[in-house]
Every structure is written in structure tokens, then in C-alpha cells.
Design a protein around this ligand. Structure first.
Ligand SMILES: [Zn+2]
Length: 77
């Protein structure tokens, strides 16, 4: 199981770092070229031209072994 622990991008146009901290947290940078959404549930990006040209992905993931107990998961998240 792969969990998202940080859902973030940096806009290449204005240099702003955007982070979506929960599933309904839709964040747009100050120049309006890029947006992030989805929090720790899924990664959604909006961009002007292409992911390569518009932003640097700063997202972080954690690999969780399938036998991890709920108690341990609650401590991590
Ligand atoms: Zn921007």
C-alpha cells in the first residue's frame, strides 16, 4: 500500500509552493498557472501547458506493508 504523505507542487512560473492538505483543499498559485487538489487521498493537478513546463512535483509517499495494524497507521496519519 502506498500512502500520500505530502501532496504538493512548486509552480515554475511564480515559484510558489502549493500544498493540498485535505481532500477538498483546492489550492491555486498566485499567478494562476497551477493548482493542486486531493489532499492525502489522491493527486489532482491543474496546469496551463504541461506538467513538465508548469510545475515541479514535491509530493512524498510512504510504502506501508500490508500487515501494518490500524493502530500504527493512526500514529502515522
Ligand atoms: Zn504560479
Amino acid at each position: 500500500m502506498c500512502k500520500i504523505i505530502r501532496n504538493a507542487i512548486q509552480c515554475k512560473h511564480c515559484g510558489e509552493t502549493l500544498e493540498s492538505v485535505n481532500v477538498h483543499d483546492y489550492v491555486t498559485c498566485s499567478c494562476g498557472a497551477c493548482s493542486v487538489d486531493g489532499g492525502h487521498d489522491y493527486l489532482r493537478r491543474s496546469y496551463e501547458t504541461s506538467p513538465k513546463e508548469d510545475y515541479i512535483d514535491l509530493s512524498e509517499f510512504m510504502n506501508i506493508p500490508p500487515d501494518t495494524s490500524d493502530e500504527v497507521l493512526r500514529k502515522i496519519f
